[in-house]
Design a protein. Structure first.
Length: 140
């Protein structure tokens, strides 16, 4: 079960960036410049503002969907998630080792999400959970 909170700046739709995740890798804007943007925001106890990326527009064409899926796949901190139920998109994400980034994964694909999380634990044994569940300050 997903316990991610979407960042408040995301537009409504199936893809979203999780809140409190950003280290400004800026990869989404490289993969899909028309779909992502950066917002500056204030945090309690921290002077100034910190950037956070968000989904500014949902993909509308196959080419844009492919760009979005690249951003999900390549986002190092796994902060971009899919909450839709399109089976082809879920299968594509599963094929990229990202089944665990689907909020409403079909039951028959669930073992792929568990396998992806086990791989994540092998890559990062100190933080075996989903990387996006960590607040951003734990990356430094
Ligand atoms: S993918 Fe994550 S770390 Fe990279 S810019 Fe977006 S929110 Fe920040």
């Amino acid at each position: 079960m997903n316990d991610q909170t979407p960042h408040r700046s995301n537009v409504p739709g199936d893809f979203y960036v999780a809140a409190d995740c950003c280290t400004l890798c800026d990869l989404p804007r490289s993969c899909a410049p028309t779909l992502f943007d950066i917002v500056e925001e204030q945090h309690e106890g921290i002077p100034g503002t910190l950037p956070h990326c968000y989904v500014k527009r949902q993909p509308e064409t196959p080419a844009e969907t492919a760009q979005m899926l690249d951003a999900v796949r390549l986002s190092e901190l796994q902060c971009i998630r899919y909450r839709g139920t399109d089976r082809l998109i879920q299968l594509t994400l599963a094929d990229h080792g990202c089944a665990h980034l689907c909020d409403q994964l079909a039951p028959d694909l669930q073992p792929l999400a568990e396998a992806a999380q086990r791989l994540q634990a092998l890559r990062d044994p100190q933080h075996p959970g989903d990387a996006a569940k960590r607040p951003w300050w734990r990356f430094w």
